[in-house]
Design a protein around this ligand. Structure first.
Ligand SMILES: *Cc1c(COP(=O)(O)O)cnc(C)c1O
Length: 227
């Protein structure tokens, strides 16, 4: 059985190879370890192997793990309901799934004064699937303009979950185009796309943050409650 530390090393190698093939600097691609459904002990193992940033999908599940671990960098990558914004604003370092002005305004109002502004990404529904969260690409400029006016948020960039399969390369390319178009205007530095199965394609199209679960922690046994 491979250990989390070996898996992490394998993922770092894949990222470095993909970056080099794309003539990019491997250090320009951050690794977010997606720990949803995995217990705190496995996260501690990844941390011991040098991993600092972790992504969780459900606020409630994440809180229990945060309480059990030393301070780490936490990213919320699951859909955020407006009744969960307070906890998200208090406990997370990043929220990658902002998709409405209403949620953004609440996060800004609820971000504690003693913490730095909350880093946020706009989730883009690049595949335009009705079941996926996120805003349509054409709505991103106006949502971005609203977010940069909020004092307690720092807009860092865009996040997307393209449809797996043939379409994904084209959707990664669309995301890159949108990101490049808005980067200077909004001061963006983060394009979050790419998962265990498609990180190479995402890095080829300019991803600066890949979100990797399975390739680090193994298969998920169950999905956690949507809390
Ligand atoms: C679960 C999840 C991931 C990680 O997916 P893997 O295929 O396990 O690497 C990445 N991003 C989001 C938004 C997820 O929900």
């Amino acid at each position: 059985m491979t250990t989390i530390s070996e898996n992490l090393q394998g993922v770092r190698t894949r990222i470095a190879c993909a970056a080099r093939s794309a003539k990019r600097d491997p250090s320009d691609v951050r690794l977010l370890a997606v720990s949803k459904t995995h217990p705190a002990a496995r996260i501690a193992e990844a941390h011991a192997a040098g991993q600092e940033a972790f992504g969780e999908n459900y606020v409630q599940d994440a809180l229990a793990k945060m309480d059990a671990l030393p301070p780490l960098e936490w990213h919320l990558i699951g859909p955020l309901q407006s009744n969960k914004t307070r906890v998200a604003a208090e406990r997370f370092d990043w929220v990658q799934t902002v998709a409405s002005e209403r949620v953004a305004a609440r996060l800004s109002a609820q971000r504690p004064r003693h913490r730095p502004p909350l880093n946020v990404l706009i989730q883009v529904n690049v595949s335009r699937e009705s079941t996926k969260s996120g805003v349509a690409p054409e709505e991103v400029p106006s949502l971005g303009a609203a977010i940069v006016r909020l004092p307690r948020l720092r807009l860092r960039g865009l996040m997307a979950i393209p449809e797996p399969g043939a379409q994904s390369a084209e959707q990664f390319a669309q995301m890159r185009e949108l990101y490049e178009r808005l980067r200077a205007e909004f001061g963006l530095d983060t394009l979050s796309m790419g998962m265990s199965d498609d990180l190479e394609a995402a890095i080829a199209q300019g991803s600066t943050m890949v979100r990797i679960g399975t390739a680090i922690f193994g298969k998920r046994q169950r999905e956690e409650s949507a809390a």
